[in-house]
Design a protein around this ligand. Sequence first.
Ligand SMILES: NC(=O)c1ccc[n+]([C@@H]2O[C@H](COP(=O)([O-])OP(=O)(O)OC[C@H]3O[C@@H](n4cnc5c(N)ncnc54)[C@H](OP(=O)(O)O)[C@@H]3O)[C@@H](O)[C@H]2O)c1
Length: 388
Amino acid sequence: MAARRRTSPTTRPAVGAAAPAPHEQRHPRRQRRVLASTRACAVLPPKRPFRVTSVTSLPSVPPPPPRRMFHSTSTCLRPEGGGSGTGHAPPWRRLVRCAGGCALGRLMNEGRRTPSGVWGAMGVSDVCGLWRRVSGPEEQRLLELLSYGLVAVGAGSAVLLRFIHMPYGRYSSRRFGCLLPARPAWLLQELPSLLVPIGLAACGGEVSAAWPNRILLGCFIVHYVQRALIFPLLIREGKPTPFFTFALALLFCVYNGYLQGRSLSNYAKYPSGWLKDPCFITGFMGWLIGMAVNIHSDHILRNLRKPGETGYKIPRGGMFEYVSGANFFGEILEWFGFALACCTIESLAFALCTLFILGSRAKQHHQWYLEKFEDYPKNRKIVIPFVY
Ligand SMILES: NC(=O)c1ccc[n+]([C@@H]2O[C@H](COP(=O)([O-])OP(=O)(O)OC[C@H]3O[C@@H](n4cnc5c(N)ncnc54)[C@H](OP(=O)(O)O)[C@@H]3O)[C@@H](O)[C@H]2O)c1
């Protein structure tokens, strides 16, 4: 009898080791599933590849109450209901659930804890408190995912724009919804890129008081003061914007405003002396020159028309001597400079997305000019001087 009751040497716990929990003894297969899913989530990249310094200390987050709709990262790692959840999902879906689901879940759950709920009438301090509570590694992972999403959106648009014209300006069409006047459409669609980062910075994130963060966030905000408030007022006889294009641009500005604003106000940490670093200085100069080229080129385009004219002429002067999309070249240079100065994955994603989208629009304009004007300068490149 004694020999039959003896545990086999492979399953016997080591002397001094904690005894396994009863459920683990009863369900060895489930235990294996837990380990497998934990390993699967553990292969997610732990650090951001393009950030200069990793976040070393993160704010402690209060433990989540039981029975939530969304889960914190630790519960994401465990399959529920015997492993039917994350364990068998493809890697991309596990990534989205573990990072995006958890950060969004925390946002929703923390909102529910406020007296009036997140969608109720919340005061400014409630909203800021909410942002403070959702900050942490899960939101940081969400930002990383959104950055990959932004690059994917840009690349997808570039493929799509090989077949259709970007529907606004000279390619505007009623097929994409009712037509909105150019000025209010530009103002409203670009406004979130200005207001969202200002709101996030006003809430005072982890790093928003540091000088590099202030300056870089300032660069982003200055651009959108120009784009959302000044540029629309200066438009001369611009073509109306279809509702679909307007809605997409609005969504893009909310998405990117959150991405850049949250990254720079809460996560991007810079070493002391970053403002004297060659990366920062070169990037900042690129941003500044790019913005100057963009504004000057838009000014040239605007002044091609006399009051009341709506037609098109060949743009001349400035960077238009080299490329058909001089204003787009300025904007692309601006955001790559910004990415170099920021060294964050979020800013790099924005620069790449801009390159994909504006590179495609510049190509469409270039072909359009060649078709419409026989005397169009043949030596002009599309968007990158001397190169493309
Ligand atoms: N970051 C981003 O992802 C992004 C995306 C889109 C735009 N943007 C920026 O937004 C600004 C405007 O973009 P856009 O696509 O509207 O630029 P665009 O197509 O070059 O048009 C700019 C303005 O100039 C007028 N115009 C253009 N070419 C003309 C010509 N040959 N003769 C007379 N007038 C002409 C247009 O009138 P019509 O409206 O009548 O064509 C429009 O009012 C640019 O600075 C661009 O960089 C940025």
